[in-house]
Design a protein around this ligand. Structure first.
Ligand SMILES: [Zn+2]
Length: 95
């Protein structure tokens, strides 16, 4: 039977202005570090503020979401990816 436990309850802070897709990765990190410095200066009860991120894997050729365990082959999401198929269709040698 499935059970659930809630862990790691925490506060996350997002920038007021959109930064993802607008700023470069370096600019976004810098903007987030400025926010953490402001939080540390002005907010009581803060033990630790850190900048974190999510990692998204995608096909470098077509941009499709990466869905496979392999780091080389994404199930054939596009022709460029298909060249890395470890099990291409077997050629029928009887013909
Ligand atoms: Zn692809």
């Amino acid at each position: 039977m499935r059970a659930k436990r809630i862990e790691n309850i925490r506060v996350e802070v997002s920038p007021r202005d959109p930064i993802f897709g607008v700023l470069s990765e370096d600019q976004a990190r810098r903007a987030c570090k400025e926010i953490t410095a402001a939080i540390n200066r002005h907010v009581d009860g803060v033990g630790h503020v850190t900048v974190t991120h999510d990692t998204v894997y995608f096909c470098s050729y077509c941009g499709a979401k990466w869905t496979e365990a392999s780091a080389d082959y994404n199930g054939g999401c596009c022709d460029d990816d298909e060249q890395y198929n470890p099990h291409p269709e077997a050629v029928d040698a009887t013909q």
